[in-house]
Design a protein around this ligand. Structure first.
Ligand SMILES: C[S@@+](CC[C@H](N)C(=O)[O-])C[C@H]1O[C@@H](n2cnc3c(N)ncnc32)[C@H](O)[C@@H]1O
Length: 314
């Protein structure tokens, strides 16, 4: 592990260090989701794959785990036709002004039917698409005309600043009852499930929230997030050192490999329809892995990220 991350982890046990760090280093607070182009790209990538995999690409109610620094992906869902959005975070990052600015930028991009920002602009963003043209086969002219109707957009814009409307934001969320059972059509996340501490509770909650036939769409990044010198170095770190690195931060990495996610999906009755795995060669020798990861399969060891779509009940 990189020594500075052990120091940050230990320091996080001291009250106030975390907020001091974000004040001294504003980049700690910023995120990809500050960019409307990023949010537009992420939403359309999930939607295009949902369509390709035979899922409902016009989900009425959507829920997102870990929207991050803006609600832009959820706003994209609302702009393209969804009626209700839940954003569930572990840290309260609500910033109304930012959300309003991102919303206006998104509306303009959808009005222009702009192409999807691709991997030249966002080289690390997955899932990849076969083509980055605006997906008219998913969002046809009739749907877009209806979706971009003036009163509808005004009501979405108003719901950013009012509570209890089309947008429900809950931070922190821990309890399953933050969303009523069997009310959600699509639950998605982008680069979040690798951070969730209680994965079992998260998958249980998702299974309860979904309507029958509803689905999840998750992009999961299994890499070490630069906490270690190599992409898979976090799996070589002993549990003791990992506890120091983890410290008292609100979240870090759960280090769960792909098979743990797939097992939890199966346990909760999901049927996986899409599993796009982006692979990298392992850099850590098998005998150097930490004891709890020593039995990792070849599949887990080479899975650097995965895009998974799975449905409940069908
Ligand atoms: C790498 S950021 C990704 C943010 C955003 N999805 C994006 O694509 O920019 C990970 C996010 O997951 C959130 N997070 C961590 N644990 C979580 C949990 N248990 N439930 C919901 N969000 C969580 C973090 O607060 C953070 O905003």
């Amino acid at each position: 592990m990189r020594p500075k991350h052990i120091v940050f982890g230990i320091a996080s046990f001291f009250p106030g260090v975390q907020s001091l760090r974000s004040r001294l280093q504003p980049s700690v607070k910023k995120g990809h989701a500050d960019s409307a182009r990023y949010c537009y790209s992420v939403w359309l990538r999930h939607l295009v794959h949902a369509h390709r995999n035979g899922f409902n690409a016009w989900p009425e109610t959507v829920a997102e785990l870990g929207p991050g620094s803006s609600l832009g992906v959820g706003l994209s869902a609302l702009i393209t036709g969804s009626s209700k959005y839940y954003g569930l975070e572990v840290i309260d990052r609500a910033d109304m002004e930012k959300n309003v600015a991102v919303f206006h930028e998104l509306v303009e991009m959808f009005a222009r039917r702009e192409d999807i920002p691709d991997n030249n602009e966002f080289p690390d963003v997955k899932p990849l698409l076969a083509t980055y043209d605006f997906p008219v086969h998913v969002l046809d002219e009739n749907r877009m005309r209806e979706a971009l109707e003036k009163n509808r957009l005004e009501s979405i814009r108003d719901s950013i600043t009012k509570t209890g409307g089309r947008i429900t934001y809950k931070a922190p969320w821990h309890e399953v009852d933050v969303i009523e059972k069997h009310t959600v059509d699509m639950i998605y996340s982008q680069a979040v499930l690798e951070h969730v501490d209680d994965l079992s509770n998260a998958y249980r909650a998702m299974a309860l929230w979904l309507k029958p036939g509803g689905y999840v769409s998750h992009e999961i990044d299994f890499k070490s997030h630069k906490l270690a010198a190599t992409w898979d170095g976090h799996w070589a770190c002993s549990d003791f050192v990992w506890r120091l690195v983890r410290g008292n931060r609100p979240y870090l990495l759960n280090r769960a490999p792909l098979s743990e996610h797939l097992a939890m999906l199966e346990l909760r009755g999901f049927k996986t329809r899409c599993r796009d795995i982006y692979r990298s060669e392992p850099s850590v020798a098998a005998e150097k892995l930490a004891p709890r990861f020593r039995g990792m399969s070849e599949d887990d060891r080479t899975s650097a990220s995965a895009f998974i779509q799975a449905s409940r009940g069908r």
